[in-house]
Design a protein around this ligand. Sequence first.
Ligand SMILES: O=C(O)CCC(=O)C(=O)O
Length: 190
Amino acid sequence: MQQLALFGTAERIFVDDESGTVAYYPGVLDASESKRLFRHFSQSLTWTRETMWMYDRTVSVPRLIARFSTDGGMPAEVTAVQNRVENFLKARFNAVSLQYYRDANDSVAWHSDHTEDLIDKGIVAVVSLGAVREMHVRSKARPRRAFACALEPGSLFVMAGRAQDFWEHTIPKLRQPVAPRISITFRQKR
Ligand SMILES: O=C(O)CCC(=O)C(=O)O
């Protein structure tokens, strides 16, 4: 599999064709705001340890999660980030989940978001806070195309169009220690 890891603070359009759009925008939130929000969300949200059924048993999801709907009950600071993302992308979102990656053992496995839950060509937009972790992306079709992107605090990673049909993504576990990270995922649900 060809793998190209890209670091740095430049905007990147990784994919923009009939298989969707995958793009990275650094600095959507500035450094001090990112730090403040990381501390605030770490301390103020109720983080849940979710479980999932895997093969023949229930296992803990390897990250903590907080979910919100825009119908109500969303903390003001989450709404503020949502407004920033909506202004930036000129799009509206109606579902938000926050993920807390405590350490190098926390991760999200290879997956694509369930398109049946999203509007047609719905956008999935991820804001990162805290430690830098890598997002790896690969095509479902073989031979695989693949790339990785270091998600810096304050950045926005966007998957749009048919991206969930053609691509899958993961935040892998790391061998070396890493500080905690929070991601905020905004979705356009049906
Ligand atoms: O935490 C991230 O950056 C990605 C989360 C993710 O893959 C998802 O919400 O589908």
